[in-house]
Write a protein of this length. Structure first.
Length: 253
């Protein structure tokens, strides 16, 4: 057998082995084929599985790694996509994209739930379909891709889901109403506290003004927000107030 035939044969064996992989369908959807299949299997192994019997490692360590990689990719994408946004606004968008709902939706488009390796109790209760489980599995999968390849490859894979990220941001923009949420919260209180917004500073030329707004409740200063318009500054001030008054509710935004 000549050198060319040997190379062709080696390539063909590699292709055949890839196609015979138990996760071939998933790898096709991701757009990445693993060199080390044990990493892929680990990323799909839920903590409910008794790893003492199977010898498999669960995906919690890979989830930890993948969470950081996803955060880094999203931070760069947002930084480049929205050059005029402040650090606080970028952080809020990043938190929105990296939270369970968005990642779980992406996991479902990959049919990730059909490939998870779970314990009997999790399987009986269909717990592997829960949002938190899918989010963790996707992050673990990203961690596995990163270890199996490199950062640029992983970034390319994540940015294939750019349409999903943009859709989430569009939906969030339509629903974003922190002033309304703050007013709603205050109205639910026994004494119905009064809220007011006041511009305390504006600077910059007409085409690039910056506003700073203070929100007060019953005349007491609560928080300050800033933005390129009075409305944006008021929204940021209201959001900051919500974080102080009702942290768990503000996380939804």
């Amino acid at each position: 057998m000549g050198l060319l035939e040997t190379i062709k044969s080696t390539i063909q064996r590699s292709v055949d082995q890839t196609k015979n992989s138990e996760f071939y369908e998933l790898e096709e959807k991701i757009g990445y084929h693993f060199k080390n299949n044990s990493l892929l299997k680990e990323s799909l192994t839920h903590p409910s599985l008794d790893t003492r019997k199977t010898g498999l490692r669960n995906n919690q360590r890979l989830e930890f790694l993948g969470d950081s990689v996803v955060g880094c990719v999203l931070a760069k994408w947002l930084f480049q996509k929205f050059p005029d946004l402040s650090e606080g606004e970028l952080s809020r968008k990043k938190s929105l994209l990296a939270r369970g709902k968005t990642l779980a939706q992406i996991a479902r488009t990959l049919n990730l739930q059909n490939h998870l390796i779970v314990g009997k109790s999790e399987s009986k209760s269909s717990g592997y379909l829960r949002q938190a489980v899918l989010e963790d599995a996707l992050e673990a999968l990203i961690g596995a891709i990163y270890l199996d390849s490199n950062y640029s490859t992983t970034e390319r894979i994540i940015l294939k889901w750019e349409e999903a990220f943009q859709s989430t941001l569009k939906e969030e923009a339509n629903n974003f109403n922190p002033k309304g949420k703050l007013q709603e919260f205050l109205q639910s209180q026994p004494d119905t506290p009064r809220v007011a917004y006041q511009v305390i500073k504006q600077s910059g030329p007409d085409h690039n003004k910056q506003f700073k707004v203070e929100v007060t409740i019953n005349g007491n200063p609560v928080s300050i927000g800033s933005g390129k318009s009075k409305k944006m500054a008021e929204e940021q001030a209201a959001l900051s107030a919500m974080k102080k008054l009702l942290p768990s509710a503000s996380e939804e935004n």
